[in-house]
Design a protein around this ligand. Structure first.
Ligand code: SF4
Length: 257
């Protein structure tokens, strides 16, 4: 299949999304990744917290390019198993993970906002330790690649393979957005991909130590995230509506495909 956008085309995020969005829905994850890496070069990076889905993307990207960018938001509250996996990724794939931190250390956060902010106000804690650092990192980029899947949460159910991220103002690429958990694990086993040891201890979704527990039989896979709170997202993947002009562009492109 011929890509609608050639790699040498200057980046014009919203217009590129409008031109490519509909046709990209038929692309394989590898095709989506290749398109993103060729189109944006060093201006695109994979964002990962190293869950099973993220590991699939990292492995796929390593088979396309030896020189792709990978970053993580290190809240400084991650599990030892996650830090161990980060070391294994750097060794296996020969890359350096770009680690992004909050401007507040855990000690400073406690001093300013009180003890255990994750218990009293998890939205503020996530904003300080995840959303603000992510916003800072995305300010360097023209596009980011995520491993979200539509069936993970209601917020993610309408995500496209390639979309304009109005919240952060750049192109968002979701290569495995239509995959199931079963497909993810089949890829991991077929390609001998490393994964977080906690997945074998009933942690299907892994975040900070303070806000993640193992799930019990029959529970939703994300039931172990923010237990006790009506919260399923840290705010990184909340989709905000496109400006009216972009919606017209997108509708025009889809109608003319
Ligand atoms: S997941 Fe919990 S500890 Fe981590 S940033 Fe969010 S509220 Fe804080």
């Amino acid at each position: 299949m011929k890509d609608l956008i050639q790699p040498s085309t200057p980046v014009d995020g919203q217009l590129q999304v409008a031109q490519v969005q509909a046709v990209a829905e038929t692309w394989s994850p590898q095709h989506v990744l290749s398109w993103a890496l060729q189109t944006f070069g060093k201006q695109v990076a994979i964002s990962s917290a190293f869950g099973a889905e993220g590991m699939v993307l990292i492995d796929m990207a390593s088979r396309i390019s030896k020189d792709f960018r990978l970053f993580t938001i290190d809240t400084e509250f991650l599990f030892a198993e996650t830090y161990n996996l980060m070391d294994r990724i750097e060794q296996k794939y020969g890359i350096t993970i770009e680690r992004v931190y909050s401007t507040l250390s855990p000690e400073e956060q406690q001093r300013v906002h009180g003890e255990a902010l994750w218990s009293s106000n998890p939205d503020l804690c996530c904003n300080l330790r995840k959303v603000e650092p992510l916003r800072r990192k995305l300010g360097e980029l023209s596009a980011w690649i995520t491993s979200i899947r539509r069936d993970q949460t209601s917020v993610r159910s309408s995500a496209k393979r390639i979309e304009w991220d109005a919240k952060f103002g750049l192109v968002k690429v979701n290569p495995i957005v239509d995959w199931t958990s079963k497909q993810v694990w089949r890829y991991i086993h077929d390609h001998d991909v490393p994964y977080n040891a906690l997945h074998d201890q009933d942690y299907p979704s892994i975040g900070c130590t303070h806000c993640t527990r193992a799930v019990r039989p029959g529970e939703d896979p994300r039931a172990g995230r923010w237990p006790g709170f009506n919260k399923t997202e840290c705010g990184l993947h909340i989709i905000e509506p496109l400006p009216a002009s972009s919606q017209v562009q997108a509708a025009t492109a889809e109608g003319g495909d």
